[in-house]
Each structure stands twice: as structure tokens, then as C-alpha cells.
Design a protein around this ligand. Structure first.
Ligand SMILES: Nc1nc2c(ncn2[C@@H]2O[C@H](COP(=O)(O)OP(=O)(O)O)[C@@H](O)[C@H]2O)c(=O)[nH]1
Ligand SMILES: [Mg+2]
Length: 307
């Protein structure tokens, strides 16, 4: 499947929801007035694009309409798609911080169930396909299933994994994984962590410790800290990313579970309001369903004509 096809398939529900809310408003509306725009605003808010993006879109549609630039549904769609692409590219995501002198260490953080472990497996799969060497760190020592799940994935992928004891020190796992990555001349060390509720101070402190210890194993580590957020929780995903970002210096986002939700507009809301680069998006459960985030494919998929 091409990148665009992955996006199109994964974003089907969101595309339906956004197109319906935009075009439905104007059908049979002879004159667009304040009431029309108020209805549009409400409909857009409901698609999880968020208030800031909604305000922008509505203002732009108003402006274009007043200048006689909009006559059909297709014009509305093309204006919105232009605006959304501009938001996603402003500014474009900076390139990933790659360590030129050894393994690039990626720390994966996020609340339980947001998709950390499966995203790590999918990411490892991508890197392995590119011919890179990967070492995994099963740093979720908090949940019994945490390390087991990681081990099953590692076995399937044929990828070395460093584990700790249940209830053990996840910072020690991170340290050992990086040392193993250096010894094996790995290109990437990807470290899993236990689910952190951004409201739980003690768990945040532990995460801070994991981060500090990675720097002891390799002075420049971690090179990237990625937060996984479940996109299907809509505007709560925005809150989660905002609160997490206040407590921990994240450098990128992975938005998971975009398939199966109509709430994918949240990707645009997060970009507009928080500015974190979206690195990858989860578009399904298969191992190849984690795809690099591409603003153009994303936008085209949102407005692609439905079957
Ligand atoms: N459909 C779908 N399911 C996902 C995606 N990412 C993760 N999941 C599922 O979400 C659940 C929780 O994921 P997991 O990686 O265990 O979350 P963790 O607790 O943060 O490590 C699992 O059942 C995954 O299969 C995705 O992009 N799409
Ligand atoms: Mg996990």
C-alpha cells in the first residue's frame, strides 16, 4: 500500500465526519449569514479540529465567500484543505535528532493504553526494514504484561530486547539497553516506559529519573522523547499532550488509533495549539500500520472523495 492509501484507509471515518460537517451546512443555504457561520463553527468543533483551527477556517471561508471566491461545495472543501495543510506545515517538523556517533536513543512515554509498546514494535519493524540495527528496552516494569508483551514482539521481529524484573527499576533497564545498543553498534535504542498519568507526581519523578539515567549511559541521550497519544479520545488527547508537555520535555508525538475514530481532526488541533512535531501516526493494528506523518497525505486523505 502507498503512504497515501494508508492514510486514506486509516482516516476514512474522520474524512466522512469532517466533510459531512462542512458541506452539510451550506447545502440549500441561499445566503450565508452569521447564523450559517455559527452552525459551521459548531459542526467543526464537533470534529475535534479544536477551537483555534475552527476559528481560522470559519474566518477564511467568510473572507473567501465575501470576495466571491466560493460558489460550490468543492470550493469550500478546497479552501479548508488548503488551510489545514498550511497549519500542519507551519512550521514543518524539524528532522529527527539522529546521533551520528552511536545509537539514537528514543524514549517512549505516555499513559497506559495509549499505544507505547505496540508503536515501539511497529517502529522497530520500520527501522529493521530499512536495514538498521535496533535494541529494545522493556522499561515498563510496572505492569506484569508490560515486559512480556515487549518480549513477544521482539521475538517476532528478531530484535534483541533488554528486560528488567517486574516491579524493578525501569531506569536500570534503560541504562542496560543503551549499553547493549552501544556494544552491538545499534542504530536505534527504543525504550518503553510504564504508563504515566500526567497527574501522578511520583510516576513523573520516576520518568525524570529514567531520562537522567539514559544520559549517564550515553551523554547525548535521550535524543528523542516521544509521547504516544490515543487520537480516539478526541479533545482529551489535546489536554493530555498539553499537560504532559508541561511536565516533561517531549520532542515529538505519535498519534495512535486514528483508524476506527472520526476524531482525527485532533491532529490538526494539537499541531495548531501545541506545535509539537507529529512524528508517526497509528493507522491500524497491523505491524506496518505505523506511518510517518505526512501533512500532504493526511490532508488529501481527509478530503479525498468517498467511495
Ligand atoms: N486500531 C489501532 N489500535 C492500536 C493502535 N496503536 C495501539 N493500538 C492498540 O491499543 C492497545 C494498547 O496499546 P499498547 O501498546 O499496549 O499501549 P501501552 O499501554 O501504551 O503500551 C493495544 O490493543 C494495541 O493493539 C493503532 O494505531 N490502531
Ligand atoms: Mg505497554
Amino acid at each position: 500500500m502507498s503512504l497515501f492509501d494508508f492514510f486514506k484507509k486509516g482516516l476514512e471515518k474522520t474524512a466522512t465526519s469532517i466533510k459531512r460537517s462542512i458541506t452539510g451546512i451550506f447545502t440549500d443555504t441561499k445566503v450565508w449569514d452569521d447564523e450559517t457561520y455559527a452552525r459551521l463553527e459548531q459542526a467543526l468543533i464537533a470534529t475535534d479540529l479544536g477551537p483555534a483551527v475552527t476559528t481560522k477556517l470559519v474566518a477564511d471561508l467568510k473572507d473567501r465567500y465575501s470576495r466571491g471566491l466560493i460558489a460550490t461545495d468543492a470550493d469550500i472543501i478546497s479552501a479548508c484543505s488548503e488551510d489545514i495543510l498550511a497549519i500542519l506545515n507551519d512550521p514543518p517538523a524539524p528532522p529527527m535528532n539522529i546521533n551520528p556517533d552511536g545509537p539514537t536513543v528514543i524514549l517512549m512515554v505516555g499513559v497506559n493504553g495509549s499505544g507505547k509498546t505496540t508503536s515501539i514494535a511497529k517502529l522497530a519493524h520500520r527501522f529493521l526494514q530499512e536495514g538498521k540495527k535496533v535494541v529494545l528496552g522493556a522499561g515498563d516494569t510496572f505492569r506484569a504484561a508490560g515486559a512480556t508483551q515487549m518480549q513477544i514482539w521482539a521475538q517476532r521481529l528478531g530484535c534483541p530486547v533488554v528486560e528488567g524484573k517486574l516491579g524493578g527499576d525501569s531506569a536500570a533497564v534503560a541504562f542496560d539497553a543503551i549499553k547493549a545498543g552501544i556494544a552491538r553498534q545499534a542504530d536505534y535504542v527504543i525504550i518503553d516506559t510504564a504508563g504515566r498519568q500526567h497527574t501522578r507526581g511520583d510516576l513523573m519523578a520516576e520518568l525524570e529519573k529514567v531520562k537522567r539515567i539514559t544520559g549517564k549511559a550515553l551523554a547525548t541521550a535521550p535524543h528523542e522523547i516521544w509521547l504516544t497519544v490515543d487520537a480516539s479520545i478526541g479533545s482529551n488527547a489535546l489536554t493530555q499532550a498539553r499537560e504532559f508537555g508541561k511536565l516533561f520535555p517531549i520532542t515529538g508525538l505519535i498519534l495512535t488509533k486514528l483508524d476506527g475514530t472520526g476524531r482525527g481532526g485532533i491532529v490538526v488541533a494539537i499541531k495548531q495549539e501545541l506545535g509539537y512535531p507529529v512524528r508517526y501516526v497509528g493507522l491500524g493494528e497491523t505491524i506496518d500500520a505505523l506511518q510517518p506523518f505526512d501533512p500532504t497525505s493526511f490532508t488529501q486523505a481527509l478530503f479525498a472523495p468517498g467511495e
